[in-house]
Design a protein around this ligand. Structure first.
Ligand SMILES: [Zn+2]
Length: 152
């Protein structure tokens, strides 16, 4: 069995920690598990999650703790963990959402996109996403846009 992450927040279910370890095994980077630290941020409102390679830390927005966002929380954790794994496997010269990262996401069964589809969201979030959007808004990263919606 793979080791445990360096830090795991009490707010997150142990099953998600097992998912994290499973993804690392799948990606052949089990060695990073004891280096990875996961934290919840109550101040993070401009994005749902962020990965910091220097400290091997994943920060997740507290908005994801809403019970209706459980699947989104899992996908965000996988998304951010894949950034740490891709950098470890390929170095920092790769593009954040380039083909190396997309290959890792695809292996998990999640769509290898930097954005997520509106119909994958909890129904309570769909209204805002499906609303009329300007050209500029459409170009906004959906993860960023979602965080703004969730922060309302
Ligand atoms: Zn990303």
């Amino acid at each position: 069995m793979t080791p445990l992450p360096r830090h795991w927040p009490t707010e997150l279910a142990p099953s998600l920690r097992d998912d994290l370890r499973g993804w690392c095994t799948l990606w052949n980077v089990s060695g990073i598990v004891p280096e990875v630290s996961v934290a919840i941020s109550w101040r993070m409102t401009s994005t749902l999650g962020r990965a910091y390679y220097n400290t091997m830390t994943i920060r997740l927005s507290a908005t994801l703790l809403d019970p209706t966002a459980a699947e989104l929380l899992r996908e965000t954790l996988c998304h951010e963990l894949a950034h740490l794994a891709a950098y470890r496997l390929h170095g920092r010269a790769i593009r954040p959402h380039g083909r190396e990262w997309r290959a890792l996401l695809a292996a998990t069964g999640y769509p290898p996109n930097a954005t997520i589809r509106a119909d994958a969201l909890p129904s309570c979030f769909q209204i805002g996403v499906a609303g009329k959007r300007s050209r500029r808004t459409r170009k906004t990263n959906v993860w960023t846009r979602l965080a703004r919606l969730l922060a309302r």
